[in-house]
Write a protein that binds this ligand. Structure first.
Ligand code: ATP
Ligand code: MG
Length: 353
């Protein structure tokens, strides 16, 4: 049996939000604690963040500690998971450079996530080359650690597919060297791509429509109360739509049966509450109050751990430094295998010149 290895990560473009939590972070912590994996690598993708933030290096730098704080406060344990910084593993850049030869420009142009992101960032014709090629660099990140499993949100599907293609191409040209990864999507449909509080398709740091894991009690409450709902549900007595209504999508993602029993005991289940909303007679405020209670209960312990951790940033720095060293050791072995397969290992001991 081959090893089971996880690689995943986040861009340090802001603090992490509840979309990250349900899309990937919550799952990572479960997988970490399941003990079912030989190695877990969690990467803070600063080099990738620079592909569309080249002029804002301070922003990227500041958010490294923020993301690490979010990780550990959610339950990622540096003793069990290797937390590291992408730019501190230069082998990843080298791998990307070789993988670039195995991908065509038109293949990259077809990537639907990259297309959507280019549009969202208004790059139009001035797309940075580094941004355009980030799916290739992501393939380097995943394969460098021989990851078998990549727990991510739905927007990452095209990236994993691109990685699998690169692995197959590499192995067929140079001989079997790389491991083909599998994507691990959330099983709850609401978590695949959590919408923004403004009703936009995706909660995203770059769109400013987020509830952050580190938001205060008041911030969470005011964001929930301002949330977009069904625009046709004007009067309490009107029938409302629950499908595509972000307040209900968030409830689908976060609300457990225990939450219903505690905060809305007049309903037997979330489904019953939805039926009431669809029939008419249930006001948005009441649904939002439930969502607020659920989010407050979920986020309060995370925020409390974060407040403690914030007191010792040197510990965070230490974790990331050690993690980056371990990550580099692993990536260097894969890079050596890759160079050997590509016959560019001229000075390796034992290789004939
Ligand atoms: P940026 O706007 O800088 O791209 P982002 O909010 O999209 O930031 P990323 O760092 O790109 O966050 O994504 C990190 C991980 O979180 C990925 O696995 C991604 O699939 C997941 N993710 C991000 N946003 C959501 C969301 N709204 N719902 C579910 N998963 C998400
Ligand atoms: Mg993103």
């Amino acid at each position: 049996m081959g090893k089971k290895i996880i690689l995943t990560g986040d861009r340090p473009t802001g603090r992490l939000h509840v979309g990250h939590y349900v899309g990937s972070l919550r799952r990572r912590v479960e997988l970490q604690n399941s003990g079912g994996f030989d190695d877990i690598f969690i990467m803070i993708a600063d080099a990738q963040a620079l592909t569309d933030n080249a002029e804002h290096p301070e922003k990227v730098r500041q958010n490294i500690a923020q993301v690490a704080l979010d990780y550990i406060s959610c339950g990622l344990d540096p003793e069990k998971s290797c937390l590291f910084i992408q730019s501190q593993v230069p082998e990843l850049t080298e791998l990307s450079f070789y993988y670039m030869n195995l991908v065509t420009v038109s293949r990259l142009q077809r990537n639907p996530t990259v297309k959507a992101e280019i549009q969202m960032r208004n790059f139009e014709t001035s797309i940075p080359v580094g941004f355009f090629t980030y799916p290739i660099s992501q393939a380097a990140d995943i394969t460098a650690f021989r990851a078998t499993t990549v727990p991510v949100g739905e927007d990452q599907e095209p990236m994993i597919e691109q990685t699998r293609e690169i692995v197959r191409k590499f192995n067929s040209v140079y001989g079997h060297t790389l491991t083909e990864p599998e994507i691990l999507l959330p099983d709850n449909a609401a978590c695949l791509r959590l919408p923004g509080t403004d009703g936009k398709a995706k909660m995203s740091k770059s769109l400013g429509n987020c509830i952050y894991l580190s938001d205060s009690e008041e911030e969470i409450k005011s964001k929930v109360m301002m949330m977009f709902t069904d625009p046709d549900h004007l009067k309490v007595s009107d029938p409302g739509k629950t499908e595509g209504n972000p307040v209900f999508t968030y409830l689908d993602a976060f609300c457990t049966q225990a939450h219903i029993e505690e905060f809305a005991p007049e309903y037997g289940s979330l489904e019953e509450m939805k039926e009431h909303y669809r029939r008419g007679g249930l006001g948005d405020m009441k649904v939002k109050r439930l969502l607020n209670s659920v989010l407050q209960t979920t986020l309060a312990p995370i925020r409390a751990r974060r407040t403690e951790l914030e007191k010792d940033i040197s510990y965070i720095r230490d974790v990331l430094k050690k993690g980056s060293e371990k990550a580099e050791e692993t990536a260097a072995k894969t890079l050596a295998d890759v160079k050997r397969a590509m016959k560019i290992n001229y000075f390796e001991e034992g290789s004939e010149f």
